[in-house]
Design a protein around this ligand. Structure first.
Ligand SMILES: [Zn+2]
Ligand SMILES: [Zn+2]
Ligand SMILES: [Zn+2]
Ligand SMILES: [Zn+2]
Ligand SMILES: [Zn+2]
Ligand SMILES: [Zn+2]
Ligand SMILES: [Zn+2]
Ligand SMILES: [Zn+2]
Length: 234
């Protein structure tokens, strides 16, 4: 039996081969906000201020601290300049920092000016929607009538209606087309956030807020725009 002994610092570093991080991957997962992990900030074209992402902009510009007349949302497609989070260099929208060479987002969409280091969401750009969606291009299909990307198994199972998702949630009034929350597709054909309809249920209301059809024993297919689709019975 070999006697127990402590390894010197040198031996330790020999034992653990140092993992070489390519320069482009430095800081991956360590920068960003509560919405996205990314290695750059955006300069809002509307107010010329610096934000982590468009949600950070919208939350800050549509809050009670701001005069109502000044409330506004950012147009993602209009973002022109970004600032590298590692070296602070302001530059045009591109994936790799022109100064330090870091990759500012493993997923990058030049059309949406969108960066995300978290590839597990399986982002892809839908040209018909004109925005990036999650869930994997291989798992989703774009319905031309609805003007929306659904998960493939909803192909013949959704109530197809002209611009079905280009509407506001009837409960919270958020626009459904680019919401990041789960959407419930009711059998009556009305769509709303799953979370919103669950709140109705908690208040023992079991009717569609638009057409008053009961949904109490209806199975609701829901879809999270940002996630792979699941089926729930509510
Ligand atoms: Zn702004
Ligand atoms: Zn954010
Ligand atoms: Zn940089
Ligand atoms: Zn995109
Ligand atoms: Zn689409
Ligand atoms: Zn459809
Ligand atoms: Zn809602
Ligand atoms: Zn309805």
């Amino acid at each position: 039996m070999e006697p127990h002994r402590h390894l010197s610092k040198n031996e330790l570093s020999n034992k653990k081969p140092r993992v070489e991080i390519p320069p482009s991957e430095i800081g991956c997962g360590h920068y960003g906000c509560s919405h996205y992990k990314r290695r750059c900030k955006i300069i809002a074209p509307c107010c010329n201020e610096i934000f982590d992402c468009r949600f950070c902009h919208n939350e800050s510009k549509n809050s009670i601290e701001v005069k109502l007349a000044d409330w506004h949302d950012i147009s993602r497609h209009d973002v022109k300049r970004v600032i590298c989070s590692l070296c602070g260099t302001e530059q045009d929208v591109q994936q790799m920092c022109i100064n330090c060479g870091v990759c500012m987002g493993r997923y990058f969409c030049s059309k949406c000016k969108f960066f995300d280091d978290d590839l597990s969401k399986k982002q892809f750009h839908c040209d018909e929607c004109g925005i990036c969606r999650n869930g994997g291009v291989e798992n989703m299909f774009h319905c031309n009538t609805c003007g929306f990307c659904y998960s493939s198994y909803l192909k013949d199972k959704h109530k197809c209606m002209e611009k079905a998702m280009h509407t506001n949630c009837p409960i919270c009034f958020e626009f459904l087309f680019d919401t990041t929350k789960a959407i419930a597709l009711l059998a009556c054909g009305h769509n709303m956030h799953l979370g919103c309809i669950r709140q109705l249920q908690q208040r023992l209301m079991y009717a569609c807020p638009v057409c008053s059809k009961s949904f109490c024993d209806m199975s609701v297919i829901w879809e999270k725009v940002d996630e792979i689709v699941s089926c729930v019975k509510i």
